[in-house]
Design a protein around this ligand. Sequence first.
Ligand code: ZN
Length: 314
Amino acid sequence: MKTVAAVDIGGTKIAVGMVDENGRLLCRLEAPTQGYGPYLHALERVTSMLEEAVGRTGTELAGIGIGSTGPVYPFTGEFGDVNFFPQWRGQNLVRDLEKRFHVSAAIENDADAAALAEAGWGAGQQKSRLVYVTIGTGIGAGIVFDGQVYRGVDQAHPEIGHHVIDPSGPLCDCGFHGCWESLASGPAISAWTKKNAPPNYPRASELTAQQICELARAGDELALRAAEREAYYLGLGLANLVAMFVPDTIVLSGSVMKSAELFLPTIRKIIAGSCRFVPYDRTELALASLGDDTNLIGAGRVWFYRFATAAGRV
Ligand SMILES: [Zn+2]
């Protein structure tokens, strides 16, 4: 049984773990991303966390898989212009960890890593056309067709979360007004609620998307409107994906999707009403099955994908 180390680099935390070839997470450590500062400090911290993870499981290390908030260059191993870590650009975690641990390593964008995990070990098994969408602080997506990650020119990761839904919507860092993320991410739910709350509405400015969903479940009128608006924008974006790709499955993940039952009826209605030129009812909407550690398990999957399956070879 091969076991690999996994490193998941996100905007708020870096998680490290050990993942076996069946996708089981054997141990898990994490530290906040903030405060890592310069790249070399982060490298030292990741290295010591990896050493601890390897020590805890007592297994032989077959390799290291990394999933990172993007952009990253999967075949050189370099970080691109990652918003959260301006000083990391051009640094190469793959090469540095290979040197330290004397095993092979591979990196992918975290949405691609999670998509690979769901395709290989989760809700997308036996599905040849899978689109994975995670809706939380942002909206990320990965496409896996016939076991292979779809990549653009120069191996670029497509940014499906930033396709335009309503050009009169809010401005996003991507350059567009009204991209999907600006309208349907968790922070977009909070921003809308804050803006539309009557003056006497309790704690409107502090509410998180999760709290708004809880209020909606309890029947709060404003929260129900916020949930309906969220379902509408999720539905438009997902209908676009159905119309463009007609996948077997769209796997839905992320913190906002923990309240999927609030959104799914409207999402299904929008897809049925706007995708008539394709067999939309053949596209299954599935919830991610690997749980809160999908990204970390996905990081482990990155190594198996690149080095242990034929599909990953380029
Ligand atoms: Zn955007």
